[in-house]
Write a protein that binds this ligand. Structure first.
Ligand code: KG4
Ligand code: ZN
Length: 340
């Protein structure tokens, strides 16, 4: 089955064609308009998707040499609702026009299963860490559509922390790649920063009170780390300066936290197959660290970690092959836990 996948949940207008042999085309247009505002402006994102969606999808079909796909999938949440709706409505309209089935895809499930597109995909069950601009969650992926949340951030997402720290370092938007580049010149041990462990702290406090609703040992927190970076920069009159040691040390702290949670999850579950997805998984330092873990690690190429259409086409295709068809009244969902 050949499926056209559409992704418009944030600031990438993306389309891809995926078939039995894998990815046939993958077209991503990153909206530049947000740079001057230092972050994504939802209203502008929606308009820019509307401008680009037809040419992006057409290019994906042309590059794949496909005139008419056998199914259409589009991200239907979570994300910026005005942005999601553009791709969702386009996808449904295209499917109606072609007379083919349509499936709405959870963006996070796209990231979660993107590693399955690799040459040596992990077999189920595997641990999947999704680290993006809006989410940081460690899942146990048991089968397509069956995911258990083992731990997640209790405040900022890792990508959000990268973007905020980038701003403190006087770097532009998007912040993650800029911090990544600056950090190559810095010392990861140069600045002493915390490695927050909310599960441990809260688990003990809650256990003392006898309650059973503890934060999990695999939960994460990045807000305190971000504040520690701010305090360090202010104390040393470095705020707004592109200081390589701060960038490298911040990255090292994020990587330590993420790798430690993966190690704990491997110990807890006995599963040593690990996959990563989401924009932060494009980070050079994190990639090195994760590859050094004593585990079978599947790390998609950078272009398949950041938002793309192939992960959406892929999940849509898997679901269509399982018999799923969504109705024409399918709409956008702001809060949608993968697998529900
Ligand atoms: O998955 P994604 O493209 O979009 C969301 O679903 O959010 O992730 C975007 C996030 C942004 O916060 C961006 O700064 C971060 O991923 N990011 C990176 C890198 N490339 C993108 N963070 C660290 N290092 C990178 N190389
Ligand atoms: Zn994403």
């Amino acid at each position: 089955m050949i499926v056209l996948g559409i992704e418009t949940s944030c600031d990438e207008t993306a389309a891809s064609v995926v078939g039995p042999s894998g990815v046939l085309s993958d077209v991503v247009h990153t909206q530049e308009i947000h740079r001057e505002y230092g972050g994504v402006v939802p209203e502008l994102a929606g308009r820019a998707h509307a401008e680009r969606i037809v040419t992006t999808a057409t290019a994906a079909l042309q590059r794949a040499g496909v005139e008419k796909p056998e199914g259409v999938a589009a991200t239907s949440g979570p994300g910026l609702m005005g942005a999601v709706l553009v791709g969702l409505c386009f996808g449904k309209a295209a499917a109606i026009g072609w007379g083919v089935p349509f499936v709405g895809v959870n963006h996070l499930e796209g990231h979660l299963l993107a590693p399955l597109l690799e040459d040596e995909p992990p077999s189920f069950p595997f641990l999947s860490l999704v680290v993006s601009g809006g989410h940081t969650t460690l899942y146990l992926a048991k089968a397509v559509g069956e995911y258990e949340v083992l731990g997640q951030t209790i405040d900022d997402a890792a990508g959000e922390a990268f973007d905020k720290v980038a701003r403190m370092l006087g770097l532009g938007y998007p912040g993650g790649p800029a911090v990544d580049a600056l950090a190559t010149r810095g010392n990861p041990q140069g600045v002493s920063l915390p490695r927050p462990d909310p599960g441990r702290r809260l688990g003990n406090a809650v256990a003392r009170r006898g309650a059973n609703l503890a934060r999990r040992p695999l939960d994460m927190s990045f807000s305190g780390l971000k504040t520690a970076v701010k305090t360090h920069l202010e104390r040393n009159a470095l705020y707004g300066t592109a200081d390589p040691d701060t960038a490298a040390s911040f990255q090292a702290a994020v990587a330590d936290v993420l790798c430690q949670r993966i190690e704990r999850a491997m110990k807890e579950t006995g599963i040593r197959r690990v996959a990563l997805g989401g924009g932060v998984a494009a980070n050079s330092y994190l990639r090195e660290r994760v590859q050094a873990l004593d585990a079978a690690v599947t790390l998609p190429p950078r272009s398949r970690c950041t938002d793309n259409g192939s992960m959406i086409a892929h999940v849509g295709r898997l679901r269509m092959l399982m018999g799923q068809r969504d109705s024409w009244s399918t709409t956008a969902q702001a809060n949608w836990v993968p697998g529900t």
